[in-house]
Design a protein around this ligand. Structure first.
Ligand SMILES: Nc1nc2c(c(=O)[nH]1)N[C@H]1C(S)=C(S)[C@@H](COP(=O)(O)OP(=O)(O)OC[C@H]3O[C@@H](n4cnc5c(=O)[nH]c(N)nc54)[C@H](O)[C@@H]3O)O[C@H]1N2
Ligand SMILES: Nc1nc2c(c(=O)[nH]1)N[C@H]1C(S)=C(S)[C@@H](COP(=O)(O)OP(=O)(O)OC[C@H]3O[C@@H](n4cnc5c(=O)[nH]c(N)nc54)[C@H](O)[C@@H]3O)O[C@H]1N2
Ligand code: SF4
Ligand SMILES: [Mo]
Length: 733
């Protein structure tokens, strides 16, 4: 019995993005008709965005697959009963495993694989059951520097202050106002923090919605973030703003760090990054002078080269200033659905960042703290020989639009013996897939706030309170639809292969406990999704049944203060990691600041739009000048110099490819950059259409200018030139 049988407005959770906003869904038992923010919620305060408010439209969309699809020999897709699809997929996977071994089968967990924890946990259990190490995720083409820098620097068990506790916030290349990757309801959270005196520093080539609220906006050239952060550290040391006591007790490598930042004088940073030296000094004084602070890095710098170093220096800034929570401080979120390790004022020392696990066959890459390099997944499909990847399970991702180097990705996906996507629409990747398995969507499935709670593991993200919410399935799938929850599709394949899945719990982060408490699902045993959630959350600090008692979401009465360091504890942070100091020396030795080579004088940078989520659901809500394309935003001065005006069609040329874009004036951008959203492009990855947009990943090469460990190539700050499309004159990318 679904809740709409009883009432017409029901509380639930939006699951279009990681923010998981509580919402009030209007509908009947025939379907959802409307959606509002959950006014009265003490954490989100009624927040929703236009994407969330469009969920009812997505549910009803004609684009939405009501049946799984099989690709006919001619390339077109037609309906197939899900049972028949799973039979054939299981048979073909078994043949590949027999003939070519486990490495021939790879998994890619994309954004909507992650957004649904049951699915990602089940998928990892599937890979373990077949013995394949080839799991790729969007993490290594997103912000791999986060996990790498934590491994190199070590972690502070008490964690960072929340937005309610911080006296200063340094945001480098992230725009939570649009991305929602940051504190919950970022507009309100930053507004309130600013009102109580928190200082805000933003480093971004664009005057973003966050930068407009900043005390200091360092509108630096893209890719110069290591120099900017090293410059801040140098001022902090030279003015004695470091926390000497914290460093003496908890960190190694201070002398190495001091020496390594020495070349980054305010004047030299000013020259290379194009920011005023006085602003850099002001920012350093604001940051270093505060008691508790946060330094957070986003996708921009992670994709602009040297992302590990930028993320590392950002954590080092927190440690050098002793900005982490200390003994006696309030723990923002002691945990509701997730058991966090006890918060103590002590360091866990560095752990291996790379050089372990599966080796890839290209570019010397291998497993890392952030996972296997997704930028090399296409190479693993293309390169002949022992171990070639021949099948890919694509879970809620869209490789053809999202992976770097679109041309190579297309060739690789076409070469596969078997490509299976789990996706509620026929995406660009779906069109190349042998099967597209149609899952249930959003309000047809149960969900909870565990994902947002898990984001609290990262500096600057997640809940500032012990908040939890559960949302049961609200509506049935459309009449006649042949769809099931994503994880059941994977279980269906596993059952047919005779595999028992050992699905790891969500509620604990301890690997030993995860292995011990795994939920066994033998072939042909069926659980319903609510039972699986309950099993995977059975060790939660607040029992799931208690969370369910508050359908509107609830702040639970859990209080914790940071404990003292344990007697005899020896873990120390490393602020002078050798590899990072070497990389910083390499930055110091580069001239920096060059806008690109003469042939490619602009830098194309990534950005997000408030009403579009990566490649999903472009046909709804989002329109720019009546079309669905991703504008190429440029400074009006640059447009004028090129003889261009908003709405003009241009060619954007990199060393790799040419795409077409429609330029749009944006005075918030610094000159010399082109800012263009990613994950656009037409059916099958078509790029020559100013109506549906062009794919910026086509401009990227994955085998030059990549990180030697995570493999992430330059996906932002790409050297390009821009030229008008003259009538009749152009080819397409
Ligand atoms: N509305 C919306 N929300 C989303 C998404 C979406 O597509 N739409 N995507 C989701 C995903 S998958 C993720 S990972 C998160 C990402 O979340 P964020 O990292 O906050 O992403 P952006 O909002 O694109 O912010 C990146 C910023 O980096 C800047 N930038 C680009 N290059 C550089 C550089 O070299 N240096 C510096 N300092 N800045 C640079 C850009 O101008 C931009 O303002 O957002 C998530 N949320
Ligand atoms: N050049 C460049 N490239 C980039 C980026 C950039 O900034 N610049 N950003 C990178 C980042 S941060 C990321 S995370 C990746 C994104 O990489 P991906 O995750 O591979 O791409 P998405 O577009 O998010 O793919 C989401 C897919 O999930 C489907 N979907 C929507 N709802 C559901 C659902 O309920 N269930 C299921 N199963 N599927 C659903 C959508 O139809 C879509 O096909 O792209 C990366 N690529
Ligand atoms: S930010 Fe928007 S899309 Fe994301 S969960 Fe909230 S309402 Fe949904
Ligand atoms: Mo992402």
């Amino acid at each position: 019995m679904k809740p709409f049988a009883h009432t017409s407005v029901v509380p639930s959770i939006c699951r279009l993005c990681h923010a998981q906003c509580p919402v009030h869904v209007e509908g009947t038992d025939a379907g959802v008709t409307g959606l509002r923010g959950a006014a009265g919620n003490d954490v989100y305060h009624g927040f929703t965005c236009s994407k969330g408010r469009a969920l009812p439209a997505y549910h009803a969309s004609p684009e939405r697959l009501r049946h799984s699809q099989v690709r006919a020999p001619g390339g077109e897709h037609r309906n197939v009963p899900v049972a028949a699809a799973l039979d054939d997929i299981a048979r073909r996977l078994s043949v590949l495993l027999d003939r070519h071994g486990p490495r021939s089968v790879a998994l890619y967990i994309g954004t909507h694989g992650y957004n649904n924890l049951l699915t990602s946990q089940t998928a990892m259990a599937f890979m373990e059951a077949i013995g394949s190490p080839m799991t790729f995720t969007s993490v290594t083409i997103d912000q791999p520097g986060k996990a790498i820098s934590s491994a190199l620097h070590g972690t502070w068990l008490a964690g960072p202050p929340s937005i309610e506790q911080a006296d200063v916030w340094l945001a480098t290349g992230t725009n939570p106002m649009h991305s929602m990757l940051g504190p919950v309801n970022p507009g309100r959270a930053f507004g309130r923090a600013r009102a109580r005196g928190m200082k805000l520093i933003v480093v971004d080539p664009r005057r973003t919605e966050l930068a407009r609220r900043a005390d200091v906006h360092l509108q630096a050239r893209p890719g110069e973030d290591p120099a900017v952060l090293a410059g801040l550290l140098r001022v902090i040391f030279s003015e004695g703003l470091e926390d000497g006591l914290f460093l003496a007790e908890n960190a190694d490598g201070v002398d190495e760090l001091r020496a390594a930042v020495e070349p980054f004088t305010p004047d030299s940073v000013s020259r290379r990054a194009g920011v005023a030296a006085a602003d850099l000094v002001t920012a350093a004084r604001l940051y270093g002078g505060a008691r508790r602070g946060v330094a957070v890095v986003g996708t921009g710098p992670n994709m602009s080269g040297r992302g590990n170093l930028t993320e590392y220096l950002s954590k080092v800034l927190m440690s050098v200033c002793g900005h982490w929570l200390g003994q006696g401080d309030r723990v923002p979120n002691p945990g509701v659905l997730i058991q966090w390790p006890p918060r103590r004022a002590q360091a866990v020392g560095p752990t291996p960042a790379w050089g372990f696990g599966e080796r890839l066959r290209v570019r010397g890459l291998g497993d890392t703290a952030a996972g296997l390099p997704t930028a090399a997944a296409a190479d693993e499909m293309l390169l002949d020989g022992e171990g070639r990847v021949r099948a890919l399970l694509n879970l809620g991702g869209n490789p053809l639009l999202a992976w770097p180097d679109q041309t190579k990705t297309a060739e690789a996906l076409r070469r596969l013996d078997l490509l299976v996507s789990i996706d509620p629409v026929l995406s660009a990747t779906g069109r190349l897939s042998d099967y597209v398995l149609a899952p249930t969507m959003f309000f047809e499935a149960a969900g909870c706030s565990a994902l947002s709670e898990l984001l609290g593991a990262y500096v600057g993200w997640g809940y500032a309170q012990p908040y939890g919410q559960w949302a049961p399935a609200l509506v049935d799938p459309p009449a006649g639809a042949d769809v099931v929850d994503d994880w059941k599709l994977l279980h269906g394949i596993a059952s047919r292969m005779g595999l028992t899945l050992r699905v790891k719990p969500i509620s604990t982060l301890d690997p030993t406990l995860q292995a011990e408490r795994a939920v066994e699902i033998p072939p042909s045993v069926s659980l319903d999704s609510e039972e699986l959630w309950a099993a995977l959350l059975r060790d939660s600090p607040v029992p799931l049944d208690e969370v369910k008692r508050y359908p509107e979401g609830h702040v639970f009465a859990r209080e914790e203060i940071v404990l003292a360091r344990e007697e005899g504890h020896e873990g120390r942070l490393d602020v002078g990691n050798l590899a990072m100091m070497d990389e910083l020396a390499a930055v110091a030795a580069e001239p920096g600041g060059a806008p690109g080579d003469a042939a490619h004088p602009f830098r194309l940078i990534s950005r997000r739009l408030p009403h579009v989520h990566n490649s999903s659901w472009h046909a709804h809500e989002y329109r720019h000048r009546g079309a669905l394309h991703n504008p190429a935003y440029m400074n009006p001065g640059d447009l004028e110099a090129l003889g261009l005006a908003s709405g003009d069609l241009v060619e954007i040329v990199s060393a790799r490819a040419i795409i077409r874009g429609v330029v749009e004036a944006e005075s918030d951008l610094r000159r010399g950059v082109v800012s263009m959203p990613h994950c656009f492009g037409g059916p099958g990855g078509r790029n020559d259409d100013a109506v549906v947009g062009a794919n910026t990943s086509r401009l990227v090469r994955s085998d030059v200018d990549y990180d030697p460990h995570t493999g992430i190539p330059r996906m932002s700050s790409i050297p390009v030139s821009v030229r008008p499309v003259t009538a009749g004159g152009v080819g397409s990318g």
